[in-house]
Design a protein around this ligand. Structure first.
Ligand SMILES: NC(=O)c1ccc[n+]([C@@H]2O[C@H](COP(=O)([O-])OP(=O)(O)OC[C@H]3O[C@@H](n4cnc5c(N)ncnc54)[C@H](O)[C@@H]3O)[C@@H](O)[C@H]2O)c1
Length: 311
């Protein structure tokens, strides 16, 4: 029988991981010291369950296979993988990883959801078996979005990376292995590049927050969910493909890149962005908006899975 999986830290991301692990037929052991954490976790799993059910539950999968443990050692004792999802704070992560390292089986993978900490930094926090610690970074909502960035650290042997990738593939995830540790991994850096220019355009008065969201969600964002930005560029070159695009539109794009802003996220800029989002969402039911986003996401994921012509 397969060993259980542990989720340590059951906030936004940990709860989403727990729901996915359960839907894929795992026994899940959860730990979080916050008062009321177990009830919040069970509510969050219940809220995600209909979407996961639409995507297809593994045989035998069930929410009753979740157990909550007040003692971290009980949660990780005999598991095959620990998904660490505690707060993004280096000191807290250090205490947490030290405890997980002390109590998890020596062959268990310890994957941290950390959005930005380097895996070698996380490995240095562990005294017993640092080599099984790596980053397994998801995207919110983690139960639905397939990408997970697996980032090995300096001490990671190939077999730890292979085991983590195989585990995530088995969950239905689309892992990429990041080849060098950099702050923010890959996808958050790509997002940061876009946010940087969006903030700059707002600051310079070129576009409103709402215009920027429209420009992406009704423009290139529609294509990006189907094909990445580079294959998209290849297709926009017609029969000449990427080589033609770069010859034809590369020089002007270089001029645009040279003109990109480098804003500082000052309090004034933050106020501008917050009031821009408030204006954009005036009169919109945000709960209904988030539910509609998840509903359409499930439709899109289902159609993408059934479309082998996409890479
Ligand atoms: N929110 C996102 O969009 C997102 C996306 C990808 C990755 N992440 C990463 O996931 C991790 C968790 O982020 P989040 O957004 O879920 O944060 P969160 O604040 O929602 O959840 C953190 C949880 O950790 C718990 N916690 C605190 N101390 C703990 C301890 N000693 N042991 C166990 N649990 C403890 C808290 O009670 C809380 O429930 C972070 O490393 C973050 O960088 C977040």
């Amino acid at each position: 029988m397969t060993r259980p999986v542990a989720v340590v830290g059951t906030g936004t991301i940990g709860a989403s991981w727990a729901a996915l692990f359960l839907a894929r037929g795992h026994d899940v052991r959860a730990h979080d010291p916050a008062p009321g954490a177990e009830a919040r976790l069970r509510d969050a799993v219940a809220a995600t369950w209909p979407a996961l059910t639409r995507l297809g539950l593994a045989p035998g999968a069930g929410r009753s296979r979740l157990s909550f443990h007040d003692d971290l050692a009980d949660a990780v004792r005999d598991v095959v993988l620990v998904q660490e999802s505690g707060p993004e704070d280096a000191d807290l992560k250090a205490a947490l990883l030290r405890a997980i390292d002390a109590h998890a089986p020596a062959d268990a993978v310890i994957a941290s959801s950390s959005s930005g900490l380097l895996p070698s930094t996380l490995q240095a926090m562990c005294e017993h078996h640092p080599e099984r610690v790596l980053v397994g970074h998801p995207f919110h909502p983690a139960a639905l979005v397939p990408l997970v960035e697996v980032v090995p650290g300096a001490a990671s042997p190939d077999h730890a990376v292979t085991a983590a990738v195989a585990f995530y593939v088995d969950l239905g995830k689309r892992p990429i292995v990041v080849r060098r540790e950099v702050p923010g991994h890959v996808a958050n850096r790509l997002q940061a590049a876009l946010w940087r220019e969006a903030y700059s355009l707002v600051e310079r008065g070129v576009a409103t927050v709402a215009d920027i969201d429209t420009a992406i969600s009704n423009g290139p964002g529609l294509r990006w969910a189907l094909l990445g930005p580079l294959v998209g560029q290849h297709l926009s070159g017609g029969p000449g493909g990427m080589a033609h695009t770069l010859r034809h539109l590369g020089p002007p794009a270089q001029a645009w890149m040279d003109d990109l802003g480098a804003p500082r996220l000052t309090d004034e800029l933050a106020d501008l962005l917050v009031s821009g989002v408030d204006d954009e969402l005036a009169g919109i039911d945000q709960q209904a908006m988030a539910a509609a986003r998840d509903e359409l996401l499930v439709d899109l994921l289902t159609r993408k899975r059934a479309t082998p012509a996409l890479p």
